[in-house]
Design a protein around this ligand. Structure first.
Ligand code: ATP
Ligand code: MN
Ligand code: MN
Length: 305
């Protein structure tokens, strides 16, 4: 039988099939945001966020008592998990160790029920865990780096990706920096993808050592931006577009148009509070993500240092 097309159904996603326990549990005390508020946000964000998280392994940051309680970063499924959450078998792992996934909005709401305040997908889909379908350059500003410098770094990463025949998209991390993401046609494996990203990061650091570093060493980061290419290896994750962060104010990782970098004030400008209005009033800045996939070319110069 047809579902009753009530006005509510026609406007948004189908109502969730999830029974929430403690819907009024406060997750972000500083902003007065509850579990129910988080579920409402993801229902509003679903049509844009879904494609970036469905059917791929996810790591989640769970905070059962919200920001003020303990937190744990979790990659594997657990006993008593909500039935809408998927179990994914990584062929390289033992059978008793399954990865977490979602196939639909109910799955995401199952994660909300489980106090997942951050959602971090792999860069490869379940359809082929050995072939990443995106790469992420994570820009991590060290102490004393001006925001304008982070914006300039993102532009330079974009130029270098485009010079390699890729398309680049930018988003706030919702934390301290920006992520530049290039959609890939699944072709190259993890080793080639990581090598490409390492070469790009090292090239930028070699050309402008006063501004950029490509090694994780904390001492070298003072006053510089770490071009963190290590998101791009098997099993690594990066926060999903539109995911909330477990930080005060409930910032979200927000996809942007490159033009918006002219006025972007910081990495946490967009939050669970202001994101829904933006999604209804402005066009999707990442609408072309899927058609912008390109095959990763071999890195220009391999560097094993
Ligand atoms: P920022 O802009 O502040 O750097 P970010 O999302 O780029 O934000 P982090 O929040 O530091 O960076 O996380 C970097 C990556 O490290 C995440 O995508 C995730 O894969 C991983 N990660 C985060 N928290 C943990 C944790 N507690 N344990 C293990 N890995 C983690
Ligand atoms: Mn980062
Ligand atoms: Mn990082």
């Amino acid at each position: 039988t047809q579902a009753d097309p009530t006005p509510k159904n026609r406007r948004g996603p189908a109502p969730p099939d999830i029974a929430f326990t403690h819907p009024d549990r406060v997750y972000w005390p500083d902003a007065g945001i509850t579990k129910k508020d988080l579920a409402a946000y993801y229902m509003a964000a679903w049509s844009r966020m879904g494609p970036f998280i469905v059917d791929r392994p996810l790591a989640i940051l769970r905070c059962p008592d919200g920001l003020s309680g303990p937190r744990f970063f979790q990659k594997n499924t657990w006993k008593g998990m909500n039935a809408h959450i998927l179990s994914i078998q990584d062929p390289m792992e033992k059978e008793d160790k399954k990865l977490i996934g979602v196939h639909d909005l109910d799955g995401l709401l199952g994660l909300v029920q489980s106090a997942a305040l951050e959602i971090h997908p792999w860069e490869a889909p379940c359809a082929d865990l050995e072939k990443p379908d995106e790469l992420v350059m994570d820009l991590d500003p060290g102490e004393g780096v001006a925001w304008a410098q982070v914006l300039a770094a993102a532009q330079e990463v974009r130029e270098r990706l485009e010079a390699a025949g890729l398309h680049a998209f930018v988003k706030t991390s919702g934390g301290k920096g920006l992520h530049v993401v290039a959609p890939l046609k699944p072709h190259a494996g993890w080793d080639a993808t990581k090598a490409f990203c390492k070469t790009l990061a090292q090239g930028m650091a070699a050309d402008t050592p006063a501004l950029y570093v490509a090694t994780i060493s904390k001492a070298k980061r003072q006053g510089r931006i770490l071009l963190d290419y290590l998101r791009n290896q098997r099993g690594a994750t990066s926060v999903a577009p539109y995911s909330t962060r477990a930080r005060p104010g409930a910032p979200v990782s927000m996809p942007l148009d490159w033009d918006e970098l002219k006025t972007l004030t910081g990495p946490a400008e967009f939050t669970l509070r202001n994101a829904p209005a933006r999604m209804t009033s402005a066009a999707d800045p990442w609408a072309d993500f899927n058609t912008a996939r390109r095959v990763l070319a071999a890195p220009a110069a391999a560097d094993d240092s």
